[in-house]
Design a binder for this molecule. Structure first.
Ligand SMILES: NC(=O)c1ccc[n+]([C@@H]2O[C@H](COP(=O)([O-])OP(=O)(O)OC[C@H]3O[C@@H](n4cnc5c(N)ncnc54)[C@H](O)[C@@H]3O)[C@@H](O)[C@H]2O)c1
Length: 459
């Protein structure tokens, strides 16, 4: 099939590359010429494990193209996937300006395109415009109207929310738990099934449903995952207040099969480009439809507070924000989660900003997210390619992302480099007893700090 992906970000680039990898002819379109130039030079603009090699192979095979030329990208395509960003606007609504701009361009291209020849009958009847971006219920209809405002020629609509996770995106897309497709007619459903069948040879389902339900599935899934994180963080905070150990509580609680143990880890809360904005978009949909969503509002508020609570722990330890001035803080992890260079809504950036505002120096290491962080924080913090290079004379280490390489560091080396052996672990990477034995003062989430009083006396 001839497919065009509109937007070559984390979703458009990965899914387009995977479609091309099974033999489709894919064009990835973006309005950002720098991204397209990088891709045409064989450089991926994002970090995603395994992606570079897959892009290279399919690009060289002539199945994967990158362009800023809308006419070329839209005219020849049988299916056009809209994968542009839908960030929160200042009111928390999903901002549809990129989606609707793409829709209008698509309408113009359909209007100006010569009549399609060849291909199957359905293909000759009209292109399928697929909304893959996460969008509020009713957006597919707005997209249809925006296209129809430019052309009377036939086209079809489909909603196809994407469930890939950054850091595991290729595997998630190639072997999805499920594919969700929303359509208005059986023919489009059949064409979408045909496209996705090679990805579900594992027997996982393709759910074809009505469009408003497909649009809601993605929000419901992300809202549920966000709820789990805020829930366990709230329990972790209670554990700290009452001297319970959240690890033990987790074990005891998650052995109940009705609860399960997935996605229930306490920490700094969720970040990234999806959970924060999708939870807020649900709240906005509730306000718009006068259907209160107090639970999801609380999920969001708990999440925003969690990173501030953690910062407050640092402040409290040093005896007030004014005492952070002149302190040297090492930071491990900037990305919102391991496996990605994405720092959108990353807790690390909130904490780094607050430390810098308080007058501390922040020396950071992340395996892949220096460039993306620099776009946001500039040189207000230091960046180090080696994790130990952050530690020289540090007054404390703050861990914000659970990258695997942070899990078993050389504690002796850390101790000898740091000015004071103090660790604030926002991801519960270590056993508190081990850190106590290693001579660290150690703060984590939902567990009693170790050696904190001794360190306070020494200060
Ligand atoms: N990132 C994820 O893990 C993920 C997962 C599932 C769903 N989603 C959803 O997918 C959508 C895209 O997310 P993303 O993270 O890939 O976004 P992104 O910001 O990484 O990429 C969006 C791209 O679209 C381009 N663009 C904007 N307007 C355009 C236009 N008119 N024509 C062509 N290109 C245009 C931008 O330049 C950018 O490169 C969002 O709705 C998001 O919620 C994201």
């Amino acid at each position: 099939m001839r497919i065009t992906m509109v937007g070559t970000g984390y979703v458009g680039l990965v899914t387009g590359t995977c479609f091309s990898n099974i033999g489709n002819e894919v064009t990835c379109l973006d309005v950002d010429p720098a991204k397209i130039e990088k891709l045409n030079n064989g450089i991926s603009p994002i970090y995603e494990p395994g992606l570079d090699e897959l892009i290279d192979r399919n690009h060289k095979a002539g199945r994967l193209h990158f362009t800023t030329d809308k006419t070329q990208a839209y005219t020849n395509a049988e299916m056009i996937f809209i994968c542009v960003g839908t960030p929160s606007d200042e009111m928390g609504h999903a901002d549809l300006k990129y989606v609707l701009a793409a829709a209008s361009d698509i309408g113009k291209a359909i209007e100006n395109a010569p009549g399609a020849t060849g291909g199957e009958l359905e293909e000759r009847r009209g292109k399928i415009i697929v909304v893959k971006s996460t969008v509020p219920v009713g957006t597919n209809e707005k997209v249809r109207q925006a296209i129809a405002a430019e052309t009377n020629k036939p086209f079809y609509m489909a909603s196809n929310p994407e469930f890939l996770k950054e850091g595991a995106a290729i595997n998630d897309f190639n072997k999805p738990d499920r594919v969700v497709v929303g359509v208005n007619d059986e023919g489009t459903g059949g064409r979408m099934r045909k496209l996705y069948e090679p990805f579900v040879r594992n027997g996982h389902p393709i759910f074809v449903m009505d469009v408003p339900s497909a649009e809601m599935v993605k929000y419901a899934a992300n809202a549920m995952l966000a709820t789990k994180i805020s829930f366990i963080n709230e329990i972790a905070n209670l554990c700290e207040a009452y001297g319970s150990n959240v690890d033990e509580v987790w074990r005891g609680m998650t052995s109940d099969a009705r609860i399960g143990n997935k996605f229930l880890y306490p920490g700094l809360g969720y970040g990234g480009s999806c959970f924060p904005k999708d939870t807020l978009a649900c709240v906005s949909m509730g306000i718009e439809s006068e259907t209160p969503t107090p639970l999801l509002k609380a999920v969001h508020d708990v999440n925003q507070q969690q990173r501030l609570n953690f910062y407050d722990k640092i402040v409290e330890f040093f005896g007030g924000e004014e005492n952070l001035s002149g302190k040297k803080i090492a930071m491990w992890g900037l990305a919102f989660k391991p496996g990605t260079d994405d720092v959108r809504e990353a807790p690390a950036l909130t904490i780094a900003n607050k430390l810098v505002d308080a007058g501390a120096t922040v020396e950071a290491h992340d395996p892949v997210a220096h460039e993306t962080t620099q776009i946001v924080l500039g040189d207000s913090i230091g960046y180090h390619d080696d994790l130990y290079a952050t530690l020289g004379s540090a007054d404390a280490l703050v861990i914000c992302t659970d990258w695997p390489e942070f899990k078993q560091p050389d504690f002796g080396k850390m101790r000898s480099l740091m000015g004071s052996p103090i660790v604030f672990d926002g991801r519960n990477l270590y056993n508190p007893q081990l850190l106590q034995d290693e001579g660290f003062t150690y703060f984590s989430v939902g567990r009693t700090p170790v050696n904190a009083e001794e360190a306070n006396v020494a200060k």
